[in-house]
Design a protein. Sequence first.
Length: 144
Amino acid sequence: MELDSLYQEVILDHYRSPHHKGLSDDKDIQVHHNNPSCGDEITLNLKVQEGKVSDISWDGVGCSISMASASVMSDLLIGKTFREANVIFEAFMELMQSKGRSDGDESLLEDGVAFAGVSKFPARIKCALLSWMAFKDAAIQVME
């Protein structure tokens, strides 16, 4: 199986069976982001305990890329300190800005490397980043 096909399967698996989808009432902050160019929307709840992201729950509507990215992001960031989460966030941002020239660091991004191909399509990058930008917004607000 080609790598591109494998990555497409990873994205479709997260889209069909999203992780951490469904908003939890137990939250410290809630943010809502939308992508006006395509209509994708996400609401993200963030819970913090002892300086760590103890829970991320989310709900949204949108394309397979935006919903799968929210699933992958929540898997990657739950249990991390904000410093660790920021390293992962920056690595994903770098991957998305690579225009297809980077495969990403699989040891850091795990299933997130499946979005490497998305970085070749500028219109789809916003889809992949929607939940990540919501997380960044929530993190900033909770740290204030």
